[in-house]
Design a protein around this ligand. Structure first.
Ligand code: DN4
Ligand code: BGC
Ligand code: ZN
Ligand code: ZN
Length: 362
């Protein structure tokens, strides 16, 4: 048995603590040391008791949180997956159950819900000084010189999965413009957190005219990042550069039903609305017959997308590597703050200029 520190909550009621924990590392294939762990909306949702689907591992009265990480392999022991001492790896969040999708390597599309998520549902997460894992759930970062931004792999894999869903659904009609491109198409991402920025960068890759919106103005760091990457931002309480309509793709990261329907009503024929943000405490919103009519008459597709699989982690690492060069240092500015593990108030007080706060365990 070994003792080391980890950041815990009591899911689903919430709370947050840094405490000494006792673990047995003998039963694991690979021993990992987290270097950086990212904080996301899900972690804050769990800590604030707003995510009812979170729960502690069997037999435990608390859950080690954290599912975004960049780790170094301390002891690879014997494994058949090519993981070696000193490798930089990103551990996968979701661990498969026994359904057909899980068995096919697509636990992100689990068909019976009988899977676990590290740091979220029934499995300890990565916000601890050391932990053991199975080599099959580790995704290697082939070029560790990409540096700290590799910690964005996990949040970006969700975006890669959602765009895979977009690719599937957009085939229902001819979705591109006459030139076969997306250049005359407009996407809107609701929210300005880290997932929203990653969605916006992906939307730029596709060639959409890309807009990001929120109900307030942005601080300097976020504005600068928008400027450097060519993403358009607007405060929807102040202005409407889209003149009320014209949206082909809307991606919501706010989880706020009223805001989602506000923008759904501005979508074009064959539009695609991706729901991604979750907020169990969001206010209810009214949907009327005209809304339903709007969706039907325009063939609008509404889809929910969660998580991602190994292919999406690998795609995310490729995207990060390319964006790092393409945007000349802009990606690095997404990591707005590094804090030590003692700084647990970061889970309850989100800095107003935050894009991605990371905990430095090194
Ligand atoms: P985040 O940083 O909390 O982002 C949420 C964003 O939504 C913030 O910028 C909020 O603004 C903004 N927002 C909230 N309410 C409104 C509103 N009424 N109008 C416009 N914007 C609003 O979280 P994140 O970027 O880490 O994650 C985004 C969401 O996706 C969270 O709900 C996560 O739980 C969820 N998520 C889902 C998956 C998945 O399905 C994966 C990761 C995250 P403000 O705070 O700046 O005011 O796999
Ligand atoms: C994680 C996903 C997970 C989801 C659960 C997200 O923050 O990135 O992997 O499936 O939370 O809602
Ligand atoms: Zn997350
Ligand atoms: Zn399953």
């Amino acid at each position: 048995m070994v003792f080391y520190r980890g950041i815990t909550t009591n899911a689903p009621s919430g709370g947050v603590n840094l405490e000494k924990l006792e673990f047995n590392l003998d039963n694991f294939e690979v021993k990992l040391k987290p270097l950086l762990t990212g904080i996301c909306g899900t972690d804050r949702g769990i800590v604030n008791g707003a995510l009812p689907f979170a729960y502690n591992p069997d037999g435990y009265s608390r859950l080690v949180i954290g599912h975004e990480s960049l780790c170094v392999v301390e002891d690879a022991r014997d494994n058949d997956f090519g993981i070696r001492n000193g490798d930089y790896v990103v551990p996968m969040v979701r661990r498969p159950g026994k359904c057909i999708n899980c068995l096919a390597g697509r636990s992100d599309n689990c068909s019976d819900g009988d899977k676990h998520e590290a740091g979220i549902t029934g499995l300890h997460g990565f916000m601890r000084e050391e932990f053991g894992d199975s080599a099959q759930y580790l995704v290697k970062v082939p070029d560790p010189s990409i540096g700290d931004v590799a910690v964005l792999t996990e949040p970006l894999k969700n975006v890669c999965k959602a765009f895979e869903m977009f690719d599937v659904v957009s085939r229902k009609s001819i979705y591109t413009d006459e030139a076969g491109s997306y250049h005359k198409k407009k996407s809107l991402i609701v929210g300005t957190g880290s997932e929203a920025f990653l969605y916006a960068l992906k939307s730029m890759d596709y060639g959409f005219g890309t807009y990001v919106t929120n109900r307030h103005d942005l601080d300097e760091t976020k504005n600068e990042l928008m400027g450097r990457t060519g993403i358009n931002f607007y405060n929807y309480n102040k202005e409407d550069p889209l003149k009320g309509g014209g949206l082909d793709l809307v991606i919501d990261t706010s989880g706020d039903p009223g805001t989602i329907f506000r923008f759904m009503r501005r979508m074009n024929q064959n539009g695609i609305l991706i729901l991604f943000g979750t907020n169990g405490k969001a206010q209810a919103a009214q949907v009327d017959g005209m809304d339903i009519d709007y969706i039907i008459e325009r063939n609008i597709t509404i889809l929910g997308s969660v998580d991602g699989s190994r292919i999406h982690y690998e795609k995310a690492i490729q995207d990060i590597t390319r964006w790092k060069h393409q945007y000349h240092g802009a990606l690095e500015t997404m990591i707005t703050e590094k804090v030590t593990p003692e700084h647990t108030e970061i889970f309850t007080k989100k800095p107003s200029d935050e894009i991605k706060t990371v905990i430095d365990w090194s």
